[in-house]
Design a protein around this ligand. Structure first.
Ligand SMILES: O=C(CO)[C@H](O)[C@H](O)COP(=O)(O)O
Length: 271
């Protein structure tokens, strides 16, 4: 059947001849996935630009989140500093954020000098109808939550794939839980026994073994069962287990969320 459709294609035999029909299918798949990525990137960018334009004021301390959407927020911050002469101090939430701040020529600060942040701008893996967030897909949840907790306002920037009615509807990788390495097995067992589902130790991609966070810890991704949870209670419960450092559940923290859409517009949700 394969041969009838594609002719005697030699993809698997090492010959250089590729059937024109097959190569056009491959090319069109590649171009549609490139188009999808472009539309997601545009969605991230417009959400990030809008958040920076609407929330960042002169002479303020700004928390800088982590992830691919935050790259656009930093780009806009740097543009506004240059064109409007804004005086900002930027507090990073990760090694990545620190590098972005430095490379963009923004002023780098820390919580020792600036324990009070006016506005933190950060991405999210999912935002539900009550503005509960899953964060930590990029493994930076601990510092992100610390910075958010010091901010008057936490503004979320995201593309349309992060907008959900209920957690788990869009984001399928579970709730990240940062744990002290020696405790990952008992924590895994305790969370599963109390709430069900399964917890997976997050493994590194370009290194053998587990992901090690910026703080030297491991991450368990909790694939929770499909039921109605009170996330505030769940978050508190998990935080009580010895060895848990932080969860990626951000409950009652976000002030505002901006979702960039594929058509170039932005929708908003407020707490
Ligand atoms: O929580 C995070 C990192 O720990 C990120 O904010 C989250 O993963 C979203 O990232 P992106 O903007 O790349 O979609």
């Amino acid at each position: 059947m394969f041969q009838r459709f594609f002719g005697t294609v030699s993809l698997f035999s090492g010959s250089r001849s590729i059937n024109p029909l097959l190569s056009s299918i491959v090319a069109s798949r590649a171009s549609s996935s490139a188009a999808a990525k472009m539309s997601l990137d545009l969605a991230k960018k417009i959400a990030a630009f809008k958040a920076v334009d609407e929330y960042v004021r002169d002479n303020t301390v700004v928390g800088v989140g982590s992830g691919s959407t935050v790259v656009y927020a930093v780009q806009r911050l740097a543009e506004r500093v240059k064109t409007e002469g804004l005086k900002l101090v930027c507090i990073p939430t990760s090694f990545q954020a620190r590098q972005l701040i430095i490379e963009s020529g923004l002023v780098l600060g820390d919580l020792e000098q600036h324990p009070k942040i006016h506005c933190a701008i950060d991405g999210a893996d999912e935002v539900d109808a009550d503005m509960v967030l899953i964060k930590g897909g990029g493994g930076c949840l601990l510092q992100e939550k610390i910075v958010a907790s010091c901010a008057d306002q936490l503004v979320v920037i995201a593309d349309y794939t992060k907008n959900s009615k209920k957690l788990g509807e869009q984001y399928k990788k579970g709730i990240p839980i940062e744990v002290v390495p020696m405790a990952y097995v008992p924590i895994r067992n305790k969370v599963a026994a109390k709430y069900g589902g399964s917890l997976k130790l997050r493994m590194a991609v370009a290194k053998a073994g587990p992901v090690v966070t910026d703080n030297g810890n491991f991450i368990l991704d909790w694939h929770f069962p499909e039921e109605k949870f009170d996330w505030d209670v769940v978050n508190r419960d998990i935080m009580m287990i010895p060895g848990v450092v932080e969860t990626g559940l951000f409950v009652k923290m976000a002030t505002k969320a901006y979702f960039g859409l594929a058509d170039g517009s932005v929708t908003e949700r407020s707490a």
